[in-house]
Every structure is written in C-alpha cells, then in structure tokens.
Design a protein around this ligand. Structure first.
Ligand code: HAM
Length: 431
C-alpha cells in the first residue's frame, strides 16, 4: 500500500461523467440550433482575464468581486482572474475586435466553464458551466422581448417544466439614484432591526438590502419602496413595452419588483428563470439589459442585453442524465487470429454509421456474449474457427436468438451487415 496517494477533486470542482456529459452535449446542440435561428453567432472567449476587467464591470460591492474570484499574480506581476462570468469578456471582445468602435450590432453566444468560490451545494459549484448570449447595439424593447421568447422556447424544447420567468426593471441613471436614496432612508429608519451585513449594504449598495435572506431584515423591509414604482418615464415605457411583447407571445411571467441581480451592471430589464425540482439553487438562468457597460469599458455608448443559463441546473431540470445508446452490433473474435478481421469489419461498419462494440479475443463464447448482452447490443458478429475457415461471419440476433450466416465474405460483408441492422432496428426487434 505504501506510496499510494488518494486524490479527490478540489472542493466545488467535479467530474461530469458520461451519462450527464452526454445530456450536456445534447443541450448545447439544441441551444446552438435555437440561437442560430435567432441570428446569434458562436464566440469562444478566454477563461482568463485581467482581474481589473471584472472589478470594473461586476461591481466592487458584489459578492462575486468581494469574495468569490479566483485571482492570482502571473509571473510578470499581472493580476489575472479565472472568469466568474462571461459578459465582461464579451464586452471586452466586442471592443477589442473593433466592432464596438462603430457601435455595430453584434449577437454572440458562448458556452464554457465559469469560476466562483461560493459555498458548494447541490446545483452550486465553484467551477460551473454556462451557455449564454449577448446582443450589442440594440436598445429597443423588442430585443428584450425577442431574447426572452428565445430563452423560454429553448427551455421548453429541452423539456424543462414548471419554469417561472421573474421580470423586473432596475431603472437607469435617471431614476435609480433617487430610488436608491428613498430605499436608504426607509432602511435607516429601521436600522436597529437590520443585520450587520445590511448595515454595510446601506452604505455600499442599498439595492442589495432587498436581497438579504435574514428573516428579521426581510420583515423590516417587507414594505420597502420598490424600483418598479419609481421608474422614470422612459424606463417605465420600456418595461411596459417588454411586458406587452411577452403577453403577445403568450410567454408567462411574474413581476419581480424586488429582483436584485448578483452583478451590478444591469439597467432596465432584469430577470431570472427558476425551475421546479432544483432545490435551494433554483435559478436556471438570469440576465437583462446592460446599456452602460460598453461605455464603462471605454467604448461608445452601446446598449446591450443578454443572459446565461447554468448548464448543471439546466441538465438537472431536463432529467439529469442520458444513457448511452445500445450498440447495434458487437463484434466477437473467438480466437487470436480473428483479431485483424474483427477490427477490419468493425471499422467498415462504423464507417457505414453503426455503433459497434469490439471485444478483444481470448475469452469463451459465453463470456463474450455476456459482454454483448450486458451492453444490450442488438446483434453479435461471431468470428470463430469455422467462420475464419469459410471467410464468412455468423450474425447472432441477440433479441431472437437466431443465427444467420453472412452471404458474402467478411471483407465484402459490411454493407450486408449495415442493411441487416437497419432492417432489424427499424422493425423494432423480433419479426
Ligand atoms: P448569473 O445570474 O450570475 O448571471 O448566472 C447565470 C446562471 O448561471 C445562474 O442562473 C445559474 O443557473 C448559473 N450559476 C451561477 N452561479 C453558479 C454556481 N456557482 N454553480 C452553478 N451554477 C451557477 C451571469 O453570470 C450573467 N453574466 C448573465 C448575463 C449575460 N447577463 C447579461 N448577459
């Protein structure tokens, strides 16, 4: 036993094993198709950015920036951060690529890992994965409506049920400061009932008061003023227009007057989508408008809207796993000499589109058949002494238990085999 180390994955980091991973691939594939239909285009963003990018965009007072970022000093002294989200990177890429300079319309989608040092629990990890979209250059409410319709259709099409879209508005630079002050005044009058964190929020970021989970604070702030009642004219009109578009498309939603997003760059429309069966971490997606972010990073005044879906939670809500499809054919060489013809015929069947299980030789027929049956192969191609001598294989129908000697020599039989499988699979078993 000496010298054996046992390694476990780092806390909050996990392996995504094949059954779950297969479902992820399928979900990503569906998302890519849906996004393409809505004129979103794939982009691959780096996982590492300058720490400053996130500090400047997500908000200095947010949990993500204050305590959840994986930041380290590179060998040249630069402070780098493993991205906690991708919107900031998308804005940087929009500007770096030159698209931003002319305030062009650009619609991107991305998928990949994000890193936040949160307390791990079901549905919450330190490395998690998002599929997201970001649309630059369009300020009109129709864009908010279109993208929300797309998200809800995508969730429905991958089988996520009992979803709830919570929509609110966070106002803008014209109305939010006055509302923030109103909220702060309300909270200050109840200071003694608020927790220590809320005292801090009151000075740093009063909007976050509405996000406190402490029951005493929730009670004290139950009647606090809400942003939705204090929107300026243009923000109010924008919000009403978005709601009308959703109504028109038959997209159900709940008004979320107290919605506070975990990141600070939003203005106007902000939303979260929750799904049933996810436990405490039930937000499957979130996003909204961030019209000031491009300018905040030194670009022109370009409006933007986007969202990200948490892939771990999407997969949980969509059923969790996807089993491997059963192989169509198991190729079973009974003798060492059958190895080369077995590999050759398996390769030709695979080229013909079949899923083939190839067993190594050297075990008894019984043991080989047991493997094929365990994997639920439709049929087995037996390559024993007789078959090699005759140059023809035997197909055993594992559903009906019937043997069928191939008409053609092995090296010419792959089309016959593919046809045999297709007929029997389409026929749905015996018959
Ligand atoms: P977010 O709300 O922070 O928004 O994250 C979006 C989604 O990522 C969440 O709804 C959740 O499903 C998933 N998620 C977040 N943290 C974790 C975690 N620790 N473990 C597992 N899943 C998690 C954003 O990230 C914005 N960048 C979205 C956006 C795009 N806004 C505009 N454009």
């Amino acid at each position: 036993m000496g010298g054996q180390a046992s390694f476990a994955a780092v806390k909050g980091f996990r392996d995504v094993l094949p059954n779950e991973s297969r479902l992820w691939r399928k979900l990503e594939g569906t998302a890519a198709e849906v996004f393409a239909r809505y004129d979103f285009h794939p982009i691959v963003l780096p996982m590492l950015e300058r720490a400053e990018l996130f500090a400047r965009t997500l908000g200095e007072g947010t949990d993500v920036v204050e305590k959840e970022m994986y930041t380290f000093e590179d060998r040249d002294g630069a402070m780098l951060t493993l991205r906690p989200e991708a919107t900031a990177s998308a804005v940087r890429a929009y500007l770096d690529s030159g698209l931003g300079a002319q305030a062009q319309v650009a619609r991107f989608w991305y998928a990949g890992p994000m890193f936040r040092r949160e307390r791990p629990q079901r549905g919450r990890y330190r490395q998690f994965h998002q599929i997201g979209v970001e649309a630059f250059g369009q300020a009109e409410p129709i864009v908010d409506g279109e993208i929300l319709v797309m998200l809800m259709h995508l969730l429905a099409s991958v089988g996520v049920r009992d979803v709830c879209l919570h929509v609110g508005s966070l106002g803008d630079a014209a109305c939010r400061p006055a509302y923030r002050e109103r909220l702060a005044v309300f909270a200050r009058e109840r200071l003694a009932r608020l927790c220590g964190d809320c005292h801090r929020r009151l000075t740093n970021n009063p909007l976050r008061l509405l996000d406190c989970k402490v029951p005493g604070c929730r009670e004290a702030l139950a009647d606090a003023p809400v942003m939705l009642d204090h929107l300026c004219g243009p923000c109010g009109e924008h919000f009403t227009a978005v709601c009308r578009l959703l109504d028109g498309e038959g997209v159900a939603y709940t008004l979320a007057p107290r919605l506070v997003r975990g990141l600070d760059y939003y203005n106007r429309t902000a939303f979260e989508v929750t799904a049933a069966g996810l436990g405490a971490q039930d937000a499957v997606a979130g996003g909204g408008r961030y019209d000031g972010l491009v300018a905040a990073l030194g670009g022109p005044d370009v409006p933007a809207f986007g969202f990200a879906i948490g892939l771990e939670r999407l997969a949980l809500a969509a059923g969790g796993e996807l089993a491997a499809p059963a192989p169509s054919m198991a190729v079973l060489p009974l003798l060492a000499e059958a190895a080369a013809p077995a590999l050759a015929v398996a390769t030709r069947m695979r080229a013909g589109g079949l899923t083939v299980l190839l067993e190594p030789p050297g075990r008894s027929l019984k043991a080989l058949l047991r493997s094929a049956n365990r994997r639920q192969a439709r049929a087995a191609l037996l390559l024993g002494g007789d078959e090699l001598a005759a140059g023809r294989g035997t197909v055993r129908d594992l559903v009906r238990g019937i043997d069928h000697r191939l008409a053609l020599p092995l090296d010419a039989a792959s089309d016959e085999l593919v046809r045999w499988v297709r007929e029997h699979e389409e026929g749905g078993g015996p018959g």
